[in-house]
Design a binder for this molecule. Structure first.
Ligand code: PRP
Length: 187
């Protein structure tokens, strides 16, 4: 049994469950894109683990690139603003693009990414999201491939952080907010 980090209250998906789901998603994606060359775009930083594990299992011809966008800033709730912190290294025009995300919450990040990649004349833009949190949604967006639907809880692990911590956990769980870093009091 997986030993849980003491700052978590519950494990939702252990390592084996995640890896089995990623393999299932990779098989479906490989079938759908058979004969095509895909530009896989991992969204930093949270999607790194998922992007790498998914990539290892894709049997199609792929290129890997990353984008870094910020939607949350330091706060816990999304502001709706999205900024590009690191852009693609490759041109999007004419490419079959698969955006790889760790989680869809408000949907702001993916709505923005889909819009700009379409504006850049990508041939197609699809989304693979390991986690979907429908309760967080503020704008309408659906992923083409979803791993797990998660409850409206504070999710960490397998790339997903709280205050940049817990990304290294090989499983996904619910953060115990008793361990939240207290804001410094400004007099
Ligand atoms: C998180 C997550 C998604 C996005 C989802 O990233 O990794 O990219 O927020 O939220 P949304 O649907 O409300 O837009 P974050 O900006 O926290 O950066 P990180 O991946 O570097 O932790």
């Amino acid at each position: 049994m997986t030993e849980m980090h003491p700052h978590l209250k519950e494990i939702l998906f252990d390592e084996a469950t995640i890896q089995a789901k990623v393999a299932e998603m990779a098989a479906e994606i490989s079938r759908d894109y058979a004969g095509k060359k895909v530009l896989v775009v991992g969204i930093l930083t949270g999607a790194v683990m998922f992007a790498v594990d998914l990539l290892k299992r894709l049997t199609i011809d792929v290129e890997l690139d990353f984008m870094d966008v910020s939607s949350y800033g330091a706060s816990l709730s999304s502001s709706g603003e999205v900024r590009i912190l690191k852009d693609l290294s490759s041109a999007a025009e004419g490419r079959e693009i698969l955006i790889v995300e760790d989680i869809i919450d408000t949907g702001n990040t993916l709505v923005y990414l889909k819009r700009i990649l379409n504006e850049r004349l990508a041939r197609s833009v699809k989304i693979a999201a390991l986690l979907d949190k429908p309760a967080g949604r503020k704008v309408e967006i659906e992923a083409d491939y979803v791993g797990f639907v998660v409850p409206d809880a504070f999710i960490v692990g397998y790339g997903i952080d709280y205050a940049q911590r817990y990304r290294q956990l090989p499983y996904i769980g619910i953060f115990n907010t008793d361990f939240m870093i207290k804001e410094e009091q400004n007099e």
